[in-house]
Design a protein. Structure first.
Length: 193
């Protein structure tokens, strides 16, 4: 006689608060400059629904509802860094046909000082000895500062524009919800058919 196993979907049907302790971290964008940028945040309901859909036929590793609730919270806290990093890199803003982006600022400061003393001397009409008649001292300081800001971007030629576009399209196929839900299912489900 075959033994019936309780699935994740069965646990959720029995108690729809099963995922109440599942924690989705708050993820904020690091948007450079004042450029407008539309930013999406992960949705817990979407993640839960995808987990239930993918794991509908798999037996739950922990058939106890209360323990499973607790472990959902533990798992999500453990995976917080993974979820944040994957989401942030998925939403990073970049130009798909450029592989070089550099900002630099160079400041040069110069200063110089010049000066000296001038002494005037004369001789009398019947003498060969000079006598000081006046003295003047001067000094002068000059300086300046120059700031050069450089922004260089584009394709440095290592990859063609077509290769960069192909890589960008490959990145567009990345699905955050699939990665996170698969990790959850591999942790909490016995994946047998």
């Amino acid at each position: 006689m075959a033994m019936y196993k309780i699935s994740l979907l069965g646990l959720y049907t029995y108690d729809n608060t099963l995922f109440d302790q599942l924690y989705i971290p708050s993820i904020f964008p690091a948007v450079p400059g004042d450029q407008p940028f539309h930013y999406y945040t992960p949705n817990k309901d979407t993640l839960v629904n995808l987990i239930l859909e993918k794991a509908a036929d798999f037996p739950a590793l922990y058939p106890n509802v209360d323990f499973m609730k607790f472990m959902c919270g533990v798992w999500s806290k453990n995976c917080e860094y993974m979820m944040c990093t994957l989401w942030e890199t998925m939403n990073a803003k970049f130009n798909p046909i450029e592989n070089y982006d550099r900002h630099s600022t160079i400041t040069r400061t110069t200063s110089s000082t010049a000066g000296g003393t001038v002494t005037g001397a004369q001789t009398a009409f019947n003498s060969d000895t000079f006598k000081d008649t006046g003295k003047s001292t001067s000094s002068q300081t000059a300086g300046g500062s120059e700031t050069v800001t450089d922004y260089t971007h584009g394709n440095i030629g290592v990859r063609s524009g077509q290769e960069l576009v192909a890589q960008s399209r490959e990145m567009a196929l990345f699905k955050w919800y699939d990665i996170v839900s698969d990790d959850f299912i591999s942790k909490f489900c016995v994946q047998i058919y």
